[in-house]
Design a protein around this ligand. Structure first.
Ligand SMILES: *Cc1c(COP(=O)(O)O)cnc(C)c1O
Length: 367
């Protein structure tokens, strides 16, 4: 054995994460570009100050007030009668989904998703020693429902991870597909990762609508993206109370600090204001997609706050060329494609300007 005695399957692996570079225009990790207003900052600061005097005590382990506030919020965005007992939260939805794999995955069990998709999913499986099976999406990044159902029926996963909208492609999943896969999964859980739900186009529903009628459905959300709260680390899910109770078994005690709970409660009191810019970002997304298509590029349909475009024969050269102009985007997804997060109108102007300045890099022919 070598030192340190790292698990053999982890030897040589790099930690997940996009480059954190200090450049003027950062469009690489799907953050909301608008910082909280001075009023929101003041309320968060006062709320944190109010708990600071009792930081010698552990926080409310069950975070009842926060669960109630999250349930209220969900019932205003597609949820129907969601109660606090149907809500679970953790330090980002990444931790929420790790909790799900800890509770429902493990040795001898299988988790399934459909690639190209979020590259953290196989890491939750790896870290919990859950067998990982990956189906494929179609060339337009949608799911072929018959093939997806067949895979789920054959592999019998205890957890199916279905992001909608998907990252990095932006593809939303129709509700009939969610229903069909929940049925195919039997007693297995279907987790619809709605990290980008608030950015969905009008007419695209949330899987929250299906919760009352679907006992094995879990809908995961986060305050990191639309809510402009990535730095605070708060993700959550809605599911049947027995699912939330099961997850409580694997969480670390007091995993949500009193500071996090106070800050999240303050932010939720200002939900309307924090979400006010979502409409602008959706329009900017549609304008960016249209502009990219007008440049003769391939563009994936997006319901999220980013757009996947390409396909370049040397995408790294395009990524580097943009970076040289002070614009950081993400080299991610299927080969030849690049992903740009939607920033302010000014930042998107800088992106368009930089991409134009690169001239016409060699593109791959349509398949
Ligand atoms: C950003 C993202 C998340 C959320 O991450 P947090 O841990 O809540 O910040 C979850 N799922 C997908 C697909 C994402 O892109």
């Amino acid at each position: 054995m070598t030192f340190p005695p790292l698990r053999e399957d982890l030897v040589g692996l790099a930690p997940y994460g996009a480059p954190q570079l200090d450049v003027p225009v950062q469009l690489n990790v799907n953050e909301n570009p608008y910082p909280p207003s001075p009023e929101v900052v003041a309320d968060i600061a006062a709320s944190v100050a109010a708990v600071a005097g009792s930081l010698n005590r552990y926080p409310d382990r069950e975070f009842g007030e926060l669960r109630a506030a999250l349930a209220d919020y969900l019932n205003r965005d597609g949820g129907v009668g969601i109660t606090p007992r149907q809500v679970w939260a953790a330090n980002g939805s990444n931790e929420v989904m790790l909790h799900l794999l800890q509770a429902f995955g493990g040795p001898g069990r299988t988790a399934v998703s459909f690639a190209p998709t979020y590259s953290m999913y196989p890491e939750y499986a790896r870290d919990t020693t859950t067998r990982w099976v990956e189906g494929r999406r179609e060339s337009d990044f949608s799911l072929d429902l018959d093939r997806a159902r067949e895979l789920v029926e054959r592999e019998r996963p205890t957890v199916v991870l279905l992001p909608s909208p998907n990252n990095p492609t932006g593809t939303a999943l129709p509700l009939d597909a969610v229903s069909a896969l929940c049925e195919a999964a039997g007693d297995g859980l279907v987790v619809v990762d709605e990290a980008y739900a608030e950015f969905r186009r009008s007419g695209t529903p949330s899987a929250l609508e299906l919760l009352p009628s679907t006992r094995n459905l879990v809908v995961s959300r986060t305050m990191s993206k639309a809510f402009a709260f990535a730095g605070a680390r708060l993700g959550y899910l809605a599911a049947a109370p027995e699912i939330c109770d099961a997850v409580r078994v694997v969480r670390l005690p007091y995993h949500l600090s009193a500071v996090t709970q106070a800050a999240a409660l303050a932010a939720l009191r200002h939900a309307d204001e924090l979400l006010a810019r979502v409409q602008e970002l959706r329009s900017e997304r549609d304008a960016t997609a249209a502009w990219l298509a007008a440049q003769g590029l391939e563009v994936a349909q997006s319901d999220a706050n980013f757009v996947l475009f390409g396909r370049y024969s040397d995408r790294h050269a395009v990524w580097q060329g943009l970076l040289d102009h002070g614009v950081l985007i993400r080299e991610v997804g299927p080969s030849g494609w690049l992903r740009v997060s939607i920033g302010t109108a000014e930042e998107m102007g800088a992106f368009r300007h930089a991409l134009t300045a690169l001239g016409t890099p060699v593109r791959l022919e349509e398949e």
